[in-house]
Design a protein around this ligand. Sequence first.
Ligand code: PAF
Length: 283
Amino acid sequence: MEKLKIFNTVKDTSEFLTKQSSDGRTIGFVPTMGALHEGHLELMRRAKLENDILVCSIFVNPIQFNNKEDLKKYPRTLEDDIRKLESIACDVLFAPSAQEMYPEKEKTVYDFGNLDKVMEGQHRPGHFNGVAIVVKKLFDIIQPDKAYFGEKDFQQLVIIQTLVKQQNLSVEIVPCPIVREKDGLAMSSRNKRLSPEERKLAPIIFKTLQFVKNNFHKFSIEEINKHVVSEINSNPGMKLEYFEIVDKKTLSPITNLIGSKDSIACIALFLGKVRLIDNIAIF
Ligand code: PAF
């Protein structure tokens, strides 16, 4: 396929992609909320390599925002996004309206046990149910063979893997490493909202996580927590929301660093009015 095809309706998208699948082409899918950056483009390049057709969706999903201001301020840069999609030879963009995605009020309630109660789930009530609803709908429409998700949203990735298991979906979820700016800041659409002063402070987040990874064996969990709180909160405009070292599968907090396997340190904080998250694998 040469030119980016843009669809706004479920019907057109599904008709086109069903035909592609029945002609034997595999579909790689990257769902996004737009404001595309290099992190998204990395997911897409990989999806392009591993599949016959690359489909991207851009939809700022209102039901996953627990904060109205965050939804209002979420960057929307469709024209620029389309140029980026063309530059990496994306085949299909699905960019529906809220009315198209939610013709009726959505009532589904998923049960992910503990997974959506901790960290992001605790601070953003309803967020993961909204994510699960939209991702399930997108999978139903696109019917991808593989779908690509960044590890920056680690909890989201674990919940989507669980959704796929619970619903017996045939899509393969492909986790992709975090893409960082040269100074270590994890790429995120929300970075666009940082002031120049805030942007200068932002690399402290990754530096703090690296300190945790490199020094965890020297300290107790309490000492590590104390260090992170003071590293983050001592900067003007930075306010830690949570820092947790959790098991990668269960997302339950690790109580003893010695001997614990497969854990990941996750952080969420406000930098001015912008909420940022990041993480680093400890083992
Ligand atoms: O990670 C995101 O950008 C969103 O949560 C997703 C997966 C596109 C669902 O709206």
